[in-house]
Design a binder for this molecule. Sequence first.
Ligand code: ARG
Length: 476
Amino acid sequence: MSQSPDSESTATGAAAGSQKTWSQRFESSLHPAIARFNASIGFDIALIEYDITGSQAHAKMLASTGIISDEEAAQLVQGLEQIRQEYREGKLQPTVDDEDVHFAVEHRLTELLGDTGKKLHTARSRNDQVGTDIRLYLRDQVGQIRQQLRDFQAVLLSLAEQHVETLIPGYTHLQRAQPVSLAHHLLAYFDMAERDHERLGDALKRINCSPLGAGALAGTTFPIDRQLSAKLLGFERVYGNSLDAVSDRDFAVEFLAASSLILVHLSRMSEEMILWASEEFRFVRLKDNCSTGSSIMPQKKNPDIPELVRGKTGRVFGNLQAMLVILKGIPLAYNKDLQEDKEGLFDTVNTVSGCLEAMTILLREGIEFQPQRLAEAVASDFSNATDVADYLASKGVPFREAYNLVGKVVRTSLAQNKLLKDLTLAEWQELHPKFEQDIYEAITPEQVVARRNSYGGTGFEQVRAAISRSKAQLQG
Ligand code: ARG
C-alpha cells in the first residue's frame, strides 16, 4: 500500500513519522523496509467493517460494566460509525505506518475524539481483536457461499426435472458401463453440494465463537462481560480458555477444507463438461455466452469456464495446505505467524464464490444437452450386457454362469460387428433355451434404466422420488 504522508485528506491514518502506538518503548523507529514487511494493512483492510463492528460492541460492553462512561461509549460508537462512512466513501487512506487495520481505525478514532479515542483499547488486545474480526468476516462469507450452493443446487434440480427420461451412458473407469437417467447423474452433484452446505453449516458452529475479552493471552484485570460483547456480535458461544481463544485457527482450516471439497466437486463436474463438449462425446453443446474462441484456429469453441474452475482448484488446496503448515508447531499463544492466515482465506472466499457463480451460470444458460446424440450413444453399445445376465438369472440360471455366457455373446457379437439387439431369437435360444421373445424388450436402454428401481438407483421411479427429496431439502 502506498504511503501518502502529505495527503490533504481529513481522514488519513497515522501520518508518516508520527509516533507509533507502541513507540515509547523503542529508541528508534522501524526500518522502512521492515515496516513494509511487517504491515498487514495492504490486505487486512478487507476486515475494516468487521473491526468497526467488533469495536462498537466492545465499547458498549465497557460502558455496561462501568469501565468507561456511557457518554464515552456513545462517542466511540459514533466515531467508529463515522470511520465506516469515511471508508465507504473512499476517504480513509491508511498507510504502512498504520501497520494494520486495527491501528488504522484506532489512530483515526483518536484523531476524531482525542483522549476518548484512546480508551477504546481498554481490556483488549489486537490478538483477541483480530480473532474476532476474522470470525465475523468468515461467518458472513460462509453464509453467502451457502446461499450460492443453494442456487447451484436449484439449477441442478431444475435440469434434473427436465431430464428424468433423457438417458446418458453411465461410466466406470471411463468405459461405458450401464445407461442412467441424466437426472440421476445431475442429482449426484446435487447431493455433493448438499454435503458441502451441511459441512459449512457445521464449521459455522466453531466459527461463531467469541475470542473477544481473552486479551493478549491471559484475560484481563478489568471486570469485563464477555458474554455481553459476544451477544452483541451474534456469537453463539465464547471461548473458555484465553490462550486457545487467541491462537485457535482450527475454524479457518475447517473452512478451507470444506472449500477444498467444494472445488473437488466442481472440478469433477468441470471435467465432465469438458469431455462432454468435445467432438468425441458431443453430449452437450456450449453456448456462445459461456465459451471462447481461439486466436488462431477459427473453428474452435473452448470450454474455458470449466477449465478455469478445474484450474482454480489448485489454489484452494494450496491455501488449505498453507494454513495447516502455518499452524503446525507454533507454541501458545499468539505468534505473528498467524497474520499469514488472512490472504489465503480471502483468496479462498473469492475463488469459491467465483467458481460457484460461474458453474451455476454455465449450467443455467451456457450449455445445451444433445438428446439425439445421447439417445444414439445409449443404443449403440453393450451397456445392456448386465441386463442379459440378470434376465437369465431371474429365470433361475446361476448369475455367474449367465455372466460367462453373456461375456461370450459380447465377444462373438463384437467380432461380427453386431449389437445384442441385433441377435435373432434363434441365436439367443441357441445360447440358452431360457431366452424368449421378451429378451428384446428387456435390453432396450429405457428398460435397462427403468428396472434399476432399487432405492437410490437410476430407475425412473427412484429418480422422481429423489427429485421430491431434493426439493424438500432446498426448501428446508
Ligand atoms: N496484524 C496482526 C494480525 O493480523 C494483528 C495482531 C497483532 N498482534 C500482535 N501481537 N502483534 O495477526
